[in-house]
Design a protein around this ligand. Structure first.
Ligand SMILES: *Cc1c(COP(=O)(O)O)cnc(C)c1O
Length: 374
């Protein structure tokens, strides 16, 4: 029986969590929660200790991205999925263009397309494993695409489309933030949730916003459009400036986020995190290129993600069987995106993942495949 195979312990990754979100949590992040008892946990989010926590997170994000003058860090409850609705109400004036090359890009496209107060969105699609790029067109006031499409492991450049004039670029950085380099001046809104590179829990959203985006938020808020309170980015702007949120935030994700940000900054900031992710990526793609049974799903080399690798397996190697052997050894969550339906593994390589663990993972896979097929 396959699941009776027991992988030698010295071959296994030291930490077996390779999920694409929620993702590996470092021990220091849990210690930070313990240390927050009783001074922060269980105390009011309108008082100094929690406001200090929010301030630290906002300042650390500004430092990590070396935000230009005038850019601000906003936050609110509800994760990236809620941010799509907030953007639909509070950022798009009349018509958005979306690049959809996987599940997440397509979901935001659907949100604006379904909104009765907007014109039907312009959606540029590409098949899974490829990327689509924005194209400037008349009448578009928001260009939206994911920096990293987590469902397929394809990353796209963040560059303003030429001729976009005063339209905003609104980038889904959920799985890219904290793990991929960014020229922040190319994005007016760069939003993400904390459960990927930041190794925190879901439920919050963060957004780095440019002066043009702030002006847009204020203009749309003043336009008389009906905007539900929780989706009004003007509320988030006002509250974030006061180191608060519109309604009560979960405190532990903020504590975990602050700890991860200080780990990133202490290590050297963006160079440190991208050094780790690109080294992990180098190792997994090199392994796949050399393997007789593994093929990198994303064919265009520059679009191969450094944070989420997707690798097809050739029959008779079976992803389900392989993953069940790995799971019984504590190596988890390398399942392909469910709707992709491929014989594939998908490996989260966020900064918390030690590149040596990626090597241990591929060595463990080779070990299993050798035994399953003989
Ligand atoms: C995970 C993910 C989301 C969804 O985030 P939630 O916080 O669960 O809403 C959106 N976009 C991308 C690119 C993601 O990776």
């Amino acid at each position: 029986m396959a699941t009776e195979l027991s992988i030698p312990t010295d071959l296994l990754p030291r930490d077996g969590r390779f999920g694409s979100g929620p993702s590996r949590v470092r021990d220091a992040q849990i210690q930070a929660i313990v240390d927050a008892q009783p001074t922060v946990l269980g105390t009011s989010h309108r008082q100094a200790p929690v406001k200090k926590l929010v301030k630290d997170v906002r300042e650390s994000l500004a430092a990590l991205y070396q935000l230009p003058d005038g850019y601000e860090v906003l936050l609110g409850n509800g994760g990236s999925t809620s941010f799509w609705d907030a953007a639909t109400f509070s950022l798009v004036e009349r018509r958005a263009q979306h690049c959809a090359f996987g599940e997440f890009g397509a979901k935001f496209a659907k949100a604006t397309t379904d909104a009765p107060h907007l014109e039907a969105s312009d959606v540029i699609e590409a098949p899974a494993g490829e990327i689509a790029l924005p194209v400037a067109r008349d009448g578009i006031d928001v260009y939206a695409w994911p920096h990293n499409e987590t469902s397929t492991g394809a990353m796209a450049p963040v560059i303003r489309p030429e001729g976009a004039s005063d339209a905003l670029t609104v980038i889904d950085g959920t799985s890219a933030a904290g793990g991929l380099a960014l020229d922040v001046t190319q994005a007016d809104v760069y939003y993400f949730a904390p459960q990927k590179s930041f190794g925190s829990d879901g439920g919050l959203w963060f957004a780095l916003v440019s002066p043009a985006a702030i002006e847009r938020i204020e203009r749309v808020a003043a336009s008389g459009r009906y905007i539900p309170e929780t989706l009004a980015l003007a509320n988030a702007l006002q509250n974030s400036r006061l180191e608060q949120t519109l309604n009560t935030p979960a405190l532990t994700p903020l504590i975990m986020m602050r700890e991860q940000l200080s780990w990133m900054l202490d290590g050297g900031g963006m160079d440190f995190v991208t050094g780790r992710t690109s080294e992990s990526a180098r190792r997994i793609y090199q392994w796949a290129d050399a393997s007789e049974y593994a093929v990198t799903f994303v064919t265009q080399a520059s679009a191969r993600s450094s944070v989420v690798a997707t690798v097809d397996l050739l029959p008779p190697v079976d992803s389900t069987q392989l993953r069940s052997v790995l799971r019984s050894a504590g190596v988890v969550d390398i399942d392909p995106y469910r709707k992709l339906g491929r014989n594939q593994i998908r490996v989260g390589m966020f900064p918390s993942v030690d590149p040596d663990d990626v090597s241990a993972l591929t060595a463990s896979i080779d070990w299993i495949v050798e035994r399953l097929l003989t």
